[in-house]
Design a protein around this ligand. Sequence first.
Ligand code: ADP
Ligand code: 5GP
Length: 226
Amino acid sequence: MSIVFIISAPSGSGKSTLVNRVRKCVPGLEFSISYTTRKPRGHEQNGREYYFITREEFEAMIHNGEFLEYAKVFETDYYGTARRFLEQAERDGNDLLLDIDVQGAAQIKKKIPDAVSIFILPPNRAELEQRLRNRSQDDEAVIQKRLRAGSREIVNYHRYEYIVVNDRLEESVKTLAAILLSERQRRMGGADAAQEALAEKSRLARVRDRLQPILQSFAETAVTGK
Ligand code: ADP
Ligand code: 5GP
């Protein structure tokens, strides 16, 4: 049985960067390429970051039961995970990594309770805004929409089993890899004590105190509107 790893994060937290790095150092991991109705950004290519399809095509796939989960993200666009990626991972004997939003994560957890869920957070709201701007891929209106969505998503952190605060990239890569590897080892009956200890540091119950200032930085902005 493949392990399904769910990774969610407010847009701009560094999730794609982290996932790309981890895929290079954790073997046996397949990545589901989602379908979306949003337009390609920057250098994105159809079939590499996403399958970019029309709303009509997306709705036909819903109708045909092709999605394991799907959701409307940022109020406008559909995003969905095709069932065939899980089937393919099972056939290949690999684990599957899903980069999906909190709505999709809830749907997967319902269907696959054993799925492992990981939430990635930025160190604070100002850093998230900075990263969205540095990425230079979105116009101001889109950045503001993503920040608002981020504030809404962040309050769902407690639904996830692991929380990775993506402050220093190299540390976050090691932590994320340790979570994937230790979950895999645990299910195979083995354990690497060092990997497990690193992964355990990111367990929800262990990071609650560290999260308070991060959540506060988002709450303050919601009140002052800055
Ligand atoms: P997401 O996939 O969560 O939307 P990206 O991976 O595109 O985010 O990252 C957003 C921006 O932040 C990119 O310019 C990326 O290089 C940068 N970034 C990612 N992780 C870090 C980090 N730990 N420290 C500083 N910048 C980061
Ligand atoms: P972006 O437009 O920045 O690539 O992604 C926006 C959001 O959509 C991110 O939170 C990302 O995790 C989410 N997303 C990407 N693919 C899927 C998917 O297949 N299903 C769901 N539910 N969300 C997705």
